[in-house]
Ligand binder design. Structure first.
Ligand code: 5RP
Length: 219
């Protein structure tokens, strides 16, 4: 089975988690693209959504789903998104698609975070996937110097400007033994918008696709 087929499988399974009423939070990335396609193909009714990227917004609107400004939503029940890595404590690395800040905002507003991944994303320790950090452009070099003191190798992502007009620095070569502490440390660097470590607020349910079907683990 290809990774693409696994993504479709988990995307279909995630349809069960869409609330009948209220607002759905929708993440970004190739697995979420499959999820949105499945919403359309299966004619699932989504009364309204909040979106983590301009691309997700377009895909939702193309299917007639109303996308709300999160400022008008006091909170909502379910957020569905993918990740680049997830550990046994449901901590994640996200931001491979450069949407980490909006994803983290929507995560913080949701009662339940349903993670949709294929089995390749499950890891024992986070850090093999380069850790994305969104930075304000005028602070980039100072942020890079500071990130170097934390032990990794920060690299500016080429040709990447986020939906917020910022840049992404990917930190390579980390072994993240204490994700909560590292999230706090990096978020405290002046000029960092947010780090793609989702540890303080991780996932609540993980759906992961394997050749034998979709497995579900709840916290
Ligand atoms: C985007 C993200 C994505 O959720 C993450 O990169 C996973 O993407 P994919 O489903 O394409 O593997 O954090 O910023």
């Amino acid at each position: 089975m290809t990774q693409d087929e696994l993504k479709v499988m988990v995307a279909k399974e995630a349809l069960k988690y869409i609330p009948k009423d209220g607002v759905l939070g929708v993440g970004s990335g190739s697995t979420v693209v499959k999820f949105i396609e499945q919403i359309g193909l299966n004619h699932v009714k989504v009364p309204a959504a909040v979106s983590s990227s301009n691309k997700t917004t377009s895909l939702l609107e193309e299917r007639g789903i109303k996308v709300l400004d999160p400022n008008t939503v006091p909170g909502y029940d379910v957020y569905i998104d993918g990740a680049d890595e997830v550990d046994p404590d449901f901590h994640m690395i996200k931001g491979g698609g450069a949407c980490l800040t909006r994803e983290k905002i929507l995560t913080s507003m949701a009662k339940k975070f349903v993670l949709i991944v294929d089995k390749s994303k499950l890891v024992k320790v986070l850090g093999k996937f380069p850790l994305p950090v969104e930075v304000i452009p005028m602070a980039r070099e100072q942020v890079i110097r500071t990130l170097k003191t934390l032990g990794g190798e920060p690299v500016l992502r080429k040709d990447c400007i986020t939906d917020n007009g910022c840049e992404i620095v990917d930190v390579h070569g980390l072994t993240i033994d204490d994700p909560v502490a590292l999230e706090d440390k990096i978020n405290a660097i002046p000029g960092v918008v947010t780090v793609g470590l989702f540890a303080r607020r991780g996932a609540d349910v993980i759906l992961y696709a394997t050749e034998d079907g979709v497995q579900v683990i709840e916290k």
